[in-house]
Design a binder for this molecule. Structure first.
Ligand code: F6P
Length: 365
């Protein structure tokens, strides 16, 4: 080898505030002993050898910008998970071509920033002989084994501000205001924003609700003279016996987008003569710059991944738990999702504050 050790950087799946911060931090940690190459549009960039040299003077420019300087896709040749989140085996010839390019470029390792789908592809590439280091990324915060993924707190902050705004207009018009938030499988954004934004009801995938209970709750408020209410609903929330509501807008994601549960609830309430409006916050939660918490967290994730490269600690994913950084195996990371435990202290806290989860048998005060 007559060049410096070469490292690739890939981000996969949906973008997220903090991606650029992690990349800049990683590049600065590895500079100047390593050459770092950024691959465009996730693993597709490695498959097509579509990359560029990442230098600190370039990445520094983007360090607190939203989105990703590498661009990203959540479709293409590498759908790591499909349907309800089942692992998907990537075509052997695609994996082989990727390995060929990796060898040809003389890469020593790849740092991959992504969610469970992206990590499940990283695991398959690791098994093919590529050295992979993962950095957990998801605004949904549903990656197993880590307290906080970067981007999550920013999303919660944006959603909380939206709730504050919906509250004043809802109060003025005696309306039920519904805010639909991201969260395909996990209700972390809804739970946290709901508590912070003073929601009266939080509906999440982990706790199926009933329309009957929802109505009873709103009627109980009306009887007490409260004619407005704030409901937060995760896009993946389900009613008992119901199914997730798929978006009717197409798209190219490897998983069909979810959207519409908030409108369903508004329609139901309107049919019961309760004035209700629904807002979908959507990608506003994902766009824009990371907040200060996520900037610092992303900085740390990137530097820790860089140090793992220096220590040749491969087949691992960085984890952040109880303010401490360490790592776990890729295998473990993709073994399950981190879902909200209905018996956890934060859910109990919400209940104690009088927040409803729309479950049958809840008692309101
Ligand atoms: O996984 C993160 C997420 O924000 C989900 O909550 C949401 O379902 C999905 O991304 C939407 O992604 P896209 O619109 O990019 O396909």
């Amino acid at each position: 080898m007559n060049h410096k050790p070469r490292i690739g950087v890939i981000n996969g799946g949906g973008d997220c505030p903090g991606l650029n911060t992690v990349i800049d931090s990683l590049v600065k940690t590895l500079y100047p002993e390593y050459e770092v190459f950024g691959f465009y549009k996730g693993y597709e960039g490695l498959l097509e050898k579509n990359y560029f040299h990442l230098l600190p003077e370039y990445t520094n420019r983007f360090k607190f910008q939203g989105g990703t300087m590498l661009k990203s896709v959540n479709h293409g040749h590498f759908p790591g998970k499909i349907g309800g989140g089942e692992l998907n085996l990537i075509d052997k010839s695609i994996l082989a071509k990727t390995k060929e390019n990796y060898d040809e470029m003389g890469l020593e390792a790849i740092v991959v920033l992504g969610g469970d789908g992206t990590m499940s592809v990283a695991l398959q590439l690791q098994e093919m002989g590529l050295n992979m280091v993962g950095v957990p990324k998801s605004i949904d915060n549903d990656l197993y084994g880590t307290d906080y993924t970067f981007g999550f707190q920013t999303a919660v902050e944006i959603a909380t501000e939206a709730l504050d705004r919906l509250e004043t207009t809802g109060y003025s018009h005696d309306r039920v205001m519904i805010l639909e938030l991201m969260g395909r499988n996990a209700g972390w954004i809804s739970l946290n924003a709901g508590i912070a934004g003073g929601a009266n009801m939080i509906l999440i995938p982990e706790i199926p609700f009933t329309y009957d209970q929802l109505l009873k709750y709103i009627q109980a408020r009306v009887e007490k003279g409260k004619h407005n209410a704030l409901i937060v609903v995760a896009e993946g929330a389900i009613s008992v016996g119901g199914e997730k509501i798929l978006s009717d807008i197409g798209g190219q994601s490897s998983e069909q987008n979810l959207s519409g549960i908030g409108s369903n609830i508004a329609r139901f309430l309107n049919s019961q003569n309760i004035d209700a409006r629904s807002t979908i916050l959507g990608h506003i939660q994902r766009g824009g710059s990371p907040n200060s918490f996520d900037r610092i967290l992303s900085r740390q994730y990137g530097a820790f991944a860089g140090n793992m490269i220096k220590d040749k600690k491969y087949a691992q994913v960085v984890t952040y738990n109880c303010h401490d950084f360490t790592s776990m195996t890729l295998d473990e990371c993709v073994s399950q999702l981190k879902l909200v435990d209905p018996e956890s202290s934060i859910v109990k806290l919400a209940r104690q504050m009088g927040i409803s989860f729309g479950e049958t048998g809840e008692i309101y005060f």
